[in-house]
Design a protein around this ligand. Sequence first.
Ligand SMILES: Nc1ncnc2c1ncn2[C@@H]1O[C@H](COP(=O)(O)OP(=O)(O)OP(=O)(O)O)[C@@H](O)[C@H]1O
Length: 255
Amino acid sequence: MAYVIALAGKGGTGKTSIAALTVKYLMEKKKKPVLAVDADSNSCLNDALGVNVHATIGQLREESLQTIRSGADRPGGMSMEQLFDYQVQQSVVEAKGFDLMVMGRPEGPGCYCAANNIIRKYTDKLSETYSYVVIDNEAGMEHLSRRTTHKVDLLLIVSDPTVRGVRTAKRIDGLVKELELDVAKHALIINRVSGGEGEELRKLAEEMGITVAGLVPQDHQIFEYDLQGKGIVELPADSIAVTALYGILNSFSIG
Ligand SMILES: Nc1ncnc2c1ncn2[C@@H]1O[C@H](COP(=O)(O)OP(=O)(O)OP(=O)(O)O)[C@@H](O)[C@H]1O
């Protein structure tokens, strides 16, 4: 069974960037198959990973529904479920060192939940094939209550370096307990820290009863890579964000 790391946090905190750098860490340090799952319809994990996506779960679901409605023949007489399983396997982007599955932007009533259920089912199914799964979750908290991520070894909650950010993180932290989610460990990363505020926010978070995993600094190289359209998985080892995050991840005993 894979070791599952999920990322949560409100939009714009750098959750997707931390997810991509976590994939980079696992590829470099563990050298075993990694599955990245973009379960956030608003984020672009593929850009951070520097790969193109040809089909999302949302699109595949739409296509399958159309096949059912049109009564068209299915290849090899496959059942609808077999066809969809096959398509999902085909949609997984195979990159150097990791694979990627994307939820996309499901349209129409009920589609969001359906796509979420599909992604959950396939994450479970595929987690038997991979040693590590990294899930970039929906921004905000409602996804946790939908239990997109039901077996999670490590949940990293990402906050920006603001008091409001830490308070939002506290709400997410509280939900983990309240909803009795299947999360073995959870901790906060304060991202984009550029000065003394990081330590003050760490203190505030700890006073609120949140476990702080560590601080990741504001890194100009991330901006440069974004500007050049390069995936941040290519960041060099001397990147200050990479160094800080690797230190944080080393502190967890990731199997
Ligand atoms: N440590 C960092 N240093 C510099 N820039 C960063 C850092 N972390 C993230 N960023 C930048 O902040 C912006 C938001 O990051 P990202 O897209 O990862 O956030 P997000 O929380 O996933 O947001 P959303 O859910 O809206 O996509 C991006 O432009 C990203 O390049």
